[in-house]
Design a protein around this ligand. Structure first.
Ligand code: SF4
Ligand code: SF4
Length: 427
């Protein structure tokens, strides 16, 4: 097959997938854009570059083109034609420069969910074998190894044993009859294991009946992000099967944003059946435990601010719960804008896993640095390991001097017993 034929086939595969996905709400979104341009300044990629190609509405175009050409009367003139040149042009816009943060939708007068169009468009690109190589490989790792970072079941098991010994913390595995199945993000396990220890210590202290699973442990869902529905489904099935086998009534997603959205909001649709359990983000669970008096904290010292992960606050609805958990802070300062309007870290939607997007990510992080500096806070706390990894990388790049901390790790430091005495750990 010649290169030209391969390119034509790729383009046709993408066009076919666009059309297969283009129904119901997506089609109405594509018809609704009035080209007002209001979404431009809501997007961090446009905000830091001023480049019109980063206007969110522009990301609708490839799918809109396929849709229009296949609609009456255009389909009489040849149907959907996507060219290789167009695939090349839009790949960067749909992958490297959309974190699926949903900020543009908040300002769109037509309520267009651009992130969902980007997600469907990525699926068309994946069908055509397109997309950033490292990112697509991370998605394949989920199929082959059980996790995007290659954390196989035996690696997971080994690391849990190591953490249990090193930190002298009880980390139950495959405990039947547990109320809660706690999942982890491989980013945490490989880069920030202390956040896993922190979650375990908080749950153990509150007397929660929980367990890890040796088969359904990975919370992240790179199939969902990369537009590979079979991998997205496989990742969810591992968790659902594990929860059913253990009899868990609740599945808890750790400090990870997209993992929460993938299971909580999209899980049933991807699986084709209702989820047999409740889904909570760790922030939600810790808030419940605090509200029930099972977790108590002493005043958190120093000046802190909170970075709202897009998928947990704006698109997840847990905005107020992080504030509730941090209401013991002596000096809590909100960023401007904050909460549901907060700016994205720049690495969501899988952008963190695309090496070629690093320069753009660092540029975007300038918005966050300014937001934090404007508060004067010394520490920025967050509850997403992907945000943390993105921000840690950009913090090093800019040699920025503020502290970044995980919400669970901060809380465990300030835990007190029923007498108000600090709980000590043997680290
Ligand atoms: S979802 Fe976020 S990153 Fe994507 S276009 Fe909208 S504002 Fe930009
Ligand atoms: S704000 Fe909405 S209607 Fe206006 S250009 Fe953007 S997507 Fe289109």
């Amino acid at each position: 097959m010649t290169d030209q034929t391969t390119a034509r086939n790729d383009a046709q595969a993408a066009a076919d997938r666009f059309l297969a996905l283009n129904s119901g709400n997506l089609a109405s979104y594509l018809e609704s854009c009035v080209r007002c341009g209001l979404c431009a300044t809501a997007c961090h990629f446009y905000e830091v570059t001023g480049d019109p190609k980063y206007t969110p509405a522009y990301k609708l175009f490839p799918m809109a083109r396929a849709h229009k050409k296949n609609s009456w009367p255009w389909r009489w003139f040849g149907g959907a034609k996507i060219t290789e040149a167009e695939l090349q042009e839009w790949e960067e816009l749909l992958f490297d420069s959309c974190t699926m943060c949903g900020r543009c939708t908040q300002v769109c007068p037509m309520g267009i969910d651009i992130a969902s169009i980007v997600s469907a468009s990525r699926s068309a690109f994946a069908a055509a074998g397109r997309g950033p190589e490292d990112f697509m490989q991370a998605a394949e790792n989920v199929r082959e190894k059980g996790s995007p970072l290659g954390m196989t079941p035996s690696v997971f098991d080994g690391r849990v044993e190591w953490l249990e010994d090193d930190y002298e913390v009880d980390l139950p595995m495959d405990k039947e009859g547990s109320d809660i199945l706690l999942t982890v993000s491989s980013i945490e396990m490989m880069k920030y294991p202390k956040s896993i220890i922190a979650m375990a210590r908080l749950l153990n202290h509150a007397g929660v009946n929980w367990t890890f699973s040796s088969t359904g442990y990975e919370a992240t869902n790179f199939g969902f992000l990369a537009g590979k529905p079979d991998i997205a489904k496989l990742a969810l099935e591992r968790i659902v099967n594990a929860a059913e086998e253990l009899g868990a009534k609740t599945v808890v997603i750790p400090e990870c944003g997209h993992a929460y959205g993938a299971l909580r909001w999209s899980g049933a649709n991807i699986l084709g059946r209702a989820l047999p359990f409740e889904v909570l983000h760790i922030t939600e669970l810790l808030s419940r435990l605090k509200a029930d008096g099972k977790l108590k904290f002493r005043p958190i010292e120093g000046s802190i601010t909170y970075h709202d992960p897009c998928q947990i606050s704006r698109r997840g609805g847990a905005t107020h719960l992080a504030r509730f958990l941090l209401d013991d802070a002596e000096d809590f300062r909100e960023m401007t804008p904050t909460g549901d309007e907060n700016w994205c870290c720049g690495g969501g939607g899988g952008v963190q896993a695309m090496e070629r997007a690093a320069d753009l990510r660092h540029k975007v992080f300038q918005i966050k640095m300014k937001q934090v500096e404007d508060t004067g806070a010394q520490m920025m706390v967050s509850s997403c390991a992907n945000c943390r990894l993105t921000m840690d990388g950009s913090k090093d790049y800019w040699k920025w001097d503020r502290e970044l901390e995980s919400l669970a790790e901060l809380l465990v430091e300030y835990l007190v017993d029923d007498d108000g005495e600090p709980v000590e750990w043997d680290d």
